[in-house]
Design a protein around this ligand. Structure first.
Ligand code: FAD
Length: 343
């Protein structure tokens, strides 16, 4: 049965040609920008140059002027800065109000944000108000000759990559997974414009209140980790991860896992790296007792350095590793831990 699209048709004629440029919504918490925002600016810079259009960033928060400056160093030409006490903690209403105002005033043709919990919430709220489409959780971006955004994302249980277009409306919107793109090197010499944006808001009018922000001790933050020690089926059970935990602790890193290990219930699914898990881009990634299946590799291949430990010299993981150690992980990992502790 055909369904009619309700509410998507904007009222009256809209001149879409007024929409120009790419805008990245920068995500921050407690005055620190999330790495995904700089990764997105890096990729958006490439797209903006292809479109010969400006690259804009939107920074929202309380006392976040320094993040606007950072956005310029990471590639933005223009930064819209909304700095107000009401924006201290993320809340859908005030944040989406500012976003909508900036989009309606400055008319970017493409709007991008991280596919984080915040980005997913905010992008959905904005898309319904504009109204336009939204491609969620993209892993590839490009633009074509007609200035259409080609946002690709895994579909059908990750069995294929679907490229999704929004032909009728502007801005074209996408959220993008953390870790799939690379930030440009920070350039202190770049210049850009910071435009302050204010929105008439009163705390009394905002229904949601943030009383306290409590970080869940068990919350896994693989996306921002600089060192990851990942274990696979080779660790043999939940106790095997204790050996890895010690190495991770020594290096100030976090543990992670392959799907084989999470499916077996040895470790929570939140730790899974790969196609159906998290995409990571740490400085150092240990793949321990992990064979190197393509679905795992797509989630970690952009790490700066990959160290593989595997008892099978023919394991595919060695093909992408910078350093490979052939041996039993229960002998090798404690030796590595001790060597790092002694340094
Ligand atoms: P195995 O392939 O069984 O490898 C274990 C390795 O440990 C072997 O190389 C072995 O030589 C080594 N080993 C064993 N004992 C020792 C020891 N004592 N010391 C040293 N080495 C040892 N996988 C993911 O990881 N992430 C995903 O997001 C993901 N998504 C998927 C999505 C789909 C649609 C499908 C079909 C699959 C997906 N998979 C994913 C699964 C993937 O195909 C592999 O099955 C999985 O990555 C294998 O995990 P593994 O390397 O830990 O296990």
């Amino acid at each position: 049965r055909r369904r009619k699209m309700i509410g998507l048709q904007p009222e009256g004629e809209i001149d879409w040609s007024e929409y120009r440029g790419i805008m990245v919504v920068v995500e921050q918490r407690a005055g620190h920008a999330k790495p995904v925002s700089w990764q997105l600016l890096g990729e958006a810079r490439r797209l903006a140059d292809k479109l010969e259009a400006p690259l804009m960033a939107l920074v929202m928060g309380d006392n976040v002027g320094h993040i606007a400056d950072e956005a310029i160093g990471y590639g933005a030409d223009i930064v819209y800065l909304s700095d107000a006490p009401e924006l201290k903690d993320y809340r859908t209403r005030p944040y989406s109000r500012v976003c909508l105002k900036v989009i309606r005033t400055y008319k970017p043709e493409i709007v991008l944000m991280g596919a984080t919990y915040t980005g997913r919430d905010l992008a959905g709220a904005i898309a319904t108000h504009l109204p336009t489409g939204l491609t969620a959780d993209s892993t590839q971006l490009d633009v074509d000759d007609e200035r259409l955004l080609l946002a690709s994302r895994p579909a059908f249980s990750e069995k294929m990559l679907a490229t999704i277009l929004c032909k009728q409306f502007k801005p074209q919107m996408a959220t993008v997974r953390a870790g799939v793109f690379q930030a440009l090197p920070f350039d202190t010499g770049r210049s850009g414009e910071v435009i302050e944006v204010s929105e008439d808001m009163r705390e009394e009018d905002i229904v949601t209140k943030v009383l306290e922000f409590i970080q869940d001790a068990k919350q896994v933050n693989l996306e921002d980790a600089q060192v990851i020690v990942a274990g696979g089926r080779g660790v043999g059970g939940p106790d095997g991860f204790k050996v890895l935990e010690e190495l991770a602790r020594t290096l100030g890193g976090t543990i992670a896992a392959s799907r084989a290990a999470t499916d077996l219930g040895w470790i929570d699914h939140a730790y899974q790296v790969g196609q159906t898990g998290t995409t990571v881009r740490p400085k150092l990634y240990f793949a321990i007792g992990i064979s190197g299946a393509v679905q795992h590799v797509v989630g970690m291949q952009n790490s700066d350095y990959i160290v593989a430990v595997n008892k099978d010299p023919n394991a595919p993981i060695f093909q992408i590793a910078n350093y490979g150690i052939v041996g039993d992980l229960f002998e090798v990992v404690p030796l590595l831990t001790r060597a790092f502790q002694e340094r």
